[in-house]
Design a protein. Structure first.
Length: 321
């Protein structure tokens, strides 16, 4: 028998969870009919949801033994949810997908076909359109991938999703990177392995609203840049050189003006240059501060997540009662 673990990080997904469960059980049921050797487990991660997400997990776990869940003590973020799901998965293969049905379960049979014969270690989807997104958000998303691939040695495919079907070997490789500041898109790419990219059109949520704001995505993109590139640190060197050249030019220009004319060199240009240099210095210090802050969090060795409740706690409680 081969076990497939379906890992589903969730945050405030009460509206879409029943639809997701119905769809995922339907698709995996069809897969088992075609491949009798397959078994499934559904590992839900509650990332500190404030709605009925945890209650729905309990309801599903009470009627379906394949359902497992881990409920965090607070909101730790999607990256922690993915890590917790991978770490606690038991399958020979592991699927990571969202509960909002923007990662269609219908892709799972094809993903399994790509991976089961050993031709690929991972099958993932690549979004080829951003229909339903605002033009501003789509523009910045494309710019992020372009910039990231220019300044980093780790290539991240434009439109690549967290929706992945992976072998246990690849999952173990991802888990070996136990860093606190996680950027899964970069980690999945960095570990290598043979990846099959499956293009698909963007799918809108059937219910609920996304928890990702523009500002949240912007901060997440900065996390990715700092996690897989030191280019911003090199930028501070170039900015320092530019400031030095400008200061020499302004100084020489001031002397020339004083020699050619009887006018004294105005202090305005000097003050403007000083302000510009000061601003650049502060910017460079900010860049270095961001990297230092990441180092600070890493050396503290805090846990990536804390579990407040699991399906085992829930089932044991029912037995006692």
């Amino acid at each position: 028998m081969k076990l497939i673990s379906v890992v589903v990080p969730c945050y405030n997904e009460q509206e879409v969870l029943p639809m997701f469960y119905e769809e995922i059980t339907k698709v995996t049921g069809e897969m088992k009919e075609k491949n009798p050797e397959l078994e499934f487990e559904y590992l839900f991660i509650n990332d500190g949801s404030k709605d009925r997400t945890l209650e729905i997990f309990r309801e599903l776990a009470s009627k379906d033994k394949r359902v497992r869940y881990i409920s965090f003590s607070r909101n730790f973020g999607k990256e922690s949810g993915i890590y917790a799901g991978l770490k606690n998965s038991k399958g020979d293969y592991v699927v990571v997908m969202d509960a909002d049905l923007q990662h269609p379960p219908a892709f799972l049979p094809q993903m399994y076909d790509y991976v089961k014969d050993g031709e690929y270690d991972c099958a993932t989807t690549r979004r080829i359109s951003r229909q339903g997104e605002s033009k501003v958000r789509s523009f910045f998303a494309r710019m992020f991938y372009k910039i990231m691939n220019k300044i980093s040695d780790t290539e991240i495919v434009d439109g690549a999703q967290d929706f992945r079907f992976m072998t246990r070997q690849m999952v173990d490789a991802v888990l070996s990177m136990s860093e606190y500041n996680r950027f899964s898109k970069g980690i999945f790419s960095w570990v290598g392995f043979r990846v099959k990219y499956m293009p698909y059109e963007n799918v809108e949520r059937p219910a609920g609203t996304t928890s990702w704001s523009f500002w949240g995505l912007f901060k997440y993109s900065l996390e990715g840049i700092m996690a897989f590139s030191t280019f911003p640190l090199a930028v501070s060197i170039f900015m320092g050189i530019i400031c030095l050249v400008l200061s020499v030019i302004v100084f020489m220009a001031g002397i020339a003006v004083s020699l050619v004319t009887d006018k004294k060199f105005s202090g305005f240009a000097g003050i403007s240059l000083a302000l510009a240099i000061g601003g650049i210095q502060l910017g460079c210090m900010g860049i270095m501060g961001q990297y230092i802050s990441k180092m600070y969090l890493e050396v503290k060795k805090r846990p990536i997540y804390i579990a407040g409740e699991t399906d085992e706690d829930f089932r044991n409680k029912d037995k006692v009662e």
